[in-house]
Ligand binder design. Structure first.
Ligand code: ADP
Ligand code: MG
Length: 139
C-alpha cells in the first residue's frame, strides 16, 4: 500500500553537512519526497512533537538537541513507506544499526542519531499533520 511517513534530518546531521547524502539515499531507495522544509523548532514544538516521551530520562536532552540547530522535515511516500523508512534509518542506537543504514553511516550516539521516522500509521498521520497540515492521508 502506498503510504506517507514523516522524516526528519536532525540537527547533528544538518550541522555535519550530511543532509544531501541522506536525501540522495532517500531518493535512491525509491521514496518520493512530497514535502521538504528546513526549519528551526521552538522548544514548544519539539516538546509537542515528542510528547509520547515526556517523563523519560532522556526527554530534556532530546528537546535541547532538537532545538540546537535547523532540521529538515520531509514527507516521504512509497509502498510501505513507514516500515521502509524505519528500515533505511536503522536502529535507534547507531551502534546497533545495520551496515549501510542512515543511523549507522551518519549517527554518533543513541541521542544524536541523525534522523527521525514515524513508527506507525497513527504516528505518521499525527506527525505529518504536525508540520504539514492538510498533507496526509488522514484528511
Ligand atoms: P526512534 O527515534 O528510533 O523511534 P525513540 O522513539 O525510542 O526512537 O526515541 C526518540 C528519540 O529520542 C531517539 O531517536 C533519540 O534521538 C532519543 N533517545 C531515545 N532513547 C535515548 C536514550 N536512551 N538516550 C538519549 N537519547 C535517546
Ligand atoms: Mg520513536
Amino acid at each position: 500500500m502506498i503510504e506517507q511517513t514523516l522524516a526528519i534530518i536532525k540537527p547533528d546531521a544538518m550541522a555535519a553537512g550530511y543532509a544531501d547524502a541522506i536525501i540522495k539515499q532517500i531518493l535512491n531507495n525509491g521514496f518520493n519526497i512530497i514535502q521538504k522544509e528546513e526549519i528551526n523548532l521552538s522548544k514548544e514544538e519539539a516538546e509537542g512533537f515528542y510528547a509520547e516521551h515526556k517523563g523519560r530520562s532522556f526527554f530534556d536532552e532530546l528537546v535541547e538537541f532538537m532545538i540546537s540547530g535547523p532540521v529538515t522535515v520531509m514527507v516521504l511516500e512509497k509502498d510501505n513507506a513507514i516500515l521502509a523508512w524505519r528500515d533505511l534509518m536503522g536502529a535507534t542506537d547507531p551502534a546497533q544499526a545495520a551496515e549501510g543504514t542512515i543511523r549507522k553511516l551518519f549517527g554518533a550516539s543513541k541521542g544524536n542519531n541523525a534522523s527521525h521516522g514515524s513508527d506507525s500509521a497513527t504516528s505518521a498521520a499525527r506527525e505529518i499533520d504536525y508540520f504539514f497540515p492538510k498533507t496526509c492521508c488522514s484528511h
